[in-house]
Design a protein around this ligand. Structure first.
Ligand SMILES: C[S@@+](CC[C@H](N)C(=O)[O-])C[C@H]1O[C@@H](n2cnc3c(N)ncnc32)[C@H](O)[C@@H]1O
Length: 449
């Protein structure tokens, strides 16, 4: 008889490490991301450890791979990338986790048997024991290369250096720290101060975020299901930087009940929901990915909100583009270089050619959406990127070819820094993610002449 997936028996240390190796292998083979991690392959109690093992290993992948390269006499074969994953997981535990070394080594090496690769146990044991003995010297050796020391691919570190000669190191270091868990309190259910008290009553500590008025950062991340009122829609998880889109659209939407708003790239629906929690608007939400769009539907259902949803490509006209909009949010598909700490597999999966491809798509989206904006209407361009090609340079090129667009990005705010026509936020430890915003207004005919 097959054992049910979520067995109450409890996973052993070996099983968690084998599950982590299986989760990491598609990333190493460039065949998948950590989004495909099957958390249900271990019991609920062990899911935190499984996630920490996989996300932590990905976060430090370039450095762990450099160490593995020294520890192994010859690299593992392509078909043995699951064993390579175990080695990287073992190194990660020894260098970055507070797991007793004997457990980290024994259970990681032993997990090879659960992958039907018992032959690898001895190799893994040998490599990890050598790392224990020669840790300082081996780390010093690999850290001579700055891209290894900072665990970033060479191309990305060069791009950060070129774009941000003063901030690149702090930026790369922030990418290597896990992001905090930030909540968005549903304004339709009350103030965040009241929710902070509810959290305290449940033994959860949080602090009010400085820039987004609905945001609370938790001192310790938790399972969303344990958040008071989560099911009833009282709260959602959303980074503080992401919550600034509603702040930026506030002056446009608050005075205009019934305004027609387009959220052109809406899934999984964080910003859609925030706009609907804040403003009485008629919102149309698109996404070209139907599976992701269904997550918008789920989110809106949980929160008791409504939008007109379309599975559509926002870079082309469609049924949804029959009428004009008073405001458009273009939260464009991007490299995700501002949220690497939350999606560390980006370091592995992104290529320089992706940036060129994404920048071209962002330009097409801007050009297709702009004519759908009423005169005097506002388009908010957003990305979770820190690369100028997708941000300031993108918007500056758009402004150059769009004479009726003018910049209304506020300058008098305490977040981010001016960057071309917009504002750039960098990921900050224990604070917000990296983001870019530019707010543009369509001039009326009288303004233009
Ligand atoms: C940055 S995410 C949006 C996040 C979302 N606004 C939120 O706050 O939850 C970008 C989204 O754009 C979608 N997308 C990519 N290309 C698109 C296109 N041509 N038309 C519409 N949506 C697109 C992706 O499927 C993805 O869901």
């Amino acid at each position: 008889m097959t054992r049910p997936r979520d067995t109450p028996k409890g996973s052993t240390g070996l099983e968690v490490r084998a599950a982590a190796a299986r989760g990491l292998t598609p990333v190493l083979k460039d065949q998948g991301s950590l989004a495909g991690l099957d958390e249900h392959s271990v019991v609920a109690r062990d899911r935190g450890l499984l996630k920490e093992l996989c996300f932590g290993t990905c976060r430090h992948l370039p450095r762990l791979e450099a160490l593995a390269g020294i520890l192994l006499r010859q690299p593992f074969k392509k078909r043995d990338q699951d064993v390579q994953a175990l080695l990287l997981l073992g190194i990660y535990q020894l260098l970055y986790m507070r797991i007793p070394a004997h457990a980290a080594v024994g259970e990681t090496a032993g997990a090879a048997r659960l992958l039907d690769k018992a032959w690898a146990t001895r190799v893994l044991n040998g490599c990890l024991r050598r790392l224990q003995r020669e840790s300082a010297a081996l780390q010093a050796q690999v850290d001579r290369d700055p891209s290894v020391a900072l665990s970033h691919p060479v191309w990305l570190l060069s791009a950060l250096k070129e774009a941000w000669p003063e901030q690149w190191r702090a930026l790369a270091e922030a990418n290597n720290q896990p992001g905090p868990m930030t909540l968005r309190v549903n304004a339709r259910h009350g103030h965040r101060e009241t929710y902070l008290k509810a959290l305290a009553e449940h033994g959860m500590e949080g602090r009010l975020c400085p820039h987004a008025p609905d945001a609370i950062t938790l001192e310790t991340p938790c399972d969303v299901a344990t958040l008071p009122g989560f099911k009833a829609g009282r709260v959602s998880v959303q980074d503080e930087a992401a919550q600034l889109s509603a702040v930026l659209l506030g002056p446009v939407l608050a005075p205009r009940p019934g305004a027609r708003v387009l959220d052109a790239c809406s899934a999984p629906g964080g910003k859609t929901a925030h706009l609907l929690e804040q403003f009485d608007i008629a919102l149309t939400a698109l996404d070209s990915d139907s599976e992701r769009l269904s997550r918008v539907e789920d989110t809106l259902e949980r929160l008791g909100l409504h939008a007109e949803l379309h599975h559509a490509d926002a870079s082309q006209r469609g049924e949804w583009s029959q009428s004009e909009f008073d405001a458009i949010l273009l939260d464009a598909p991007c490299s995700g270089s501002g949220i690497i700490r939350r999606h560390p597999d980006i370091k592995r999966l992104r290529r320089p050619s992706d940036i060129t491809r994404l920048a071209a798509l962002q330009a097409r989206l801007l050009d297709n959406l702009w004519p759908l904006l009423v005169e005097g209407g506002t388009l908010l361009y957003a990305t979770c990127s820190v690369l100028p090609e997708e941000n300031a340079e993108q918007v500056s090129a758009f402004l150059a070819r769009t004479p009726d667009a003018c910049i209304t990005t506020p300058g008098d705010v305490a977040w981010g820094q001016p960057s071309g026509a917009g504002r750039q936020l960098f990921p900050r430890q224990d604070s917000h993610d990296g983001f870019f915003y530019a707010r543009l207004e369509k001039r009326t005919a009288t303004d233009t002449f």
